[in-house]
Design a protein around this ligand. Structure first.
Ligand code: FES
Ligand code: FES
Length: 226
């Protein structure tokens, strides 16, 4: 009779199983590239999605980006940031930390600013997305872009698209009466004071330290004293 400590599989059996597993893995990785490509490029139902050769799952997705309808076919693990930059080539939105800590990736989705690195593209079917490219152009700048230029609200410029998208949404938040962490009265209409502005923009980090100029630019557009 076997004791509780008697192995149920011999060392020789274990080696045979291990060798068979390794052979199976190498056989699957040797699948012709052409076969992998065809399965990746042939997504099926629009809403149901399909498996991708990389082991993920692909879905079709419709977004309105800067007022233009865009159709995408993405791995479900794709962040909104990567979909904008890699799939739509809208590289104005920057990837700083990719962890929700710097605000460089801020875009406006359905009127609210979000960190696009922290959300999956497939969570935004049908959404209206505004990136820095959608706010204005060098020839026809948004008032916030013009104010950043006027007040030197940037140095290297890496954080600037996120700062500007965030600032535009902050002014809208204040107009809509959305309170912040420092609002003394949650029922009163907020005023864009210096304290409110600094709190609301605190998720946008500027490594160049252009903060005082950024505050001046936003204050001018908001028409308040900060
Ligand atoms: S890149 Fe998204 S918060 Fe830093
Ligand atoms: S301008 Fe360089 S990080 Fe802000």
């Amino acid at each position: 009779m076997d004791s509780p400590t008697t192995p149920l599989i011999s060392r020789r059996d274990a080696l045979i199983v291990g060798a068979a597993t390794a052979a199976a893995v190498s056989a699957s990785s040797a699948t012709p590239a052409s076969a992998q490509t065809s399965s990746a490029s042939a997504p099926t139902a629009a809403s149901a999605g399909s498996a991708s050769a990389a082991g993920g799952f692909r879905m079709k997705l419709s977004l309105s980006v800067n007022g233009t309808a865009r159709a995408l076919d993405v791995d479900t693990r794709t962040t909104l940031l990567d979909a904008l930059r890699e799939n739509l080539q809208l590289t104005g939105t920057k990837k700083g930390c990719d962890h929700g800590q710097c605000g460089a990736c801020t875009v406006i989705v359905d009127g609210r600013r979000i960190n696009s690195c922290l959300t999956l593209a497939v969570m935004h079917e049908g959404a209206q997305v505004t990136t820095i490219e959608g706010l204005g152009t060098p020839q026809n700048m948004h008032p916030m872009q013009a104010a950043f230029v006027k007040h030197d609200g940037y140095q290297c410029g890496y954080c600037t698209p996120g700062q500007i998208c965030s600032a535009v949404a902050v002014i809208d938040e204040v107009k809509r009466g959305v309170p912040s962490h420092v609002s003394a009265d949650l029922t009163a209409r907020p005023i864009l004071s210096a304290e409110e502005l600094r709190e609301r923009m605190s998720g946008n980090i500027c490594r160049c330290g252009a903060y005082s100029n950024i505050v001046e630019a936003i204050t001018e557009v908001a028409g308040s004293k900060a």
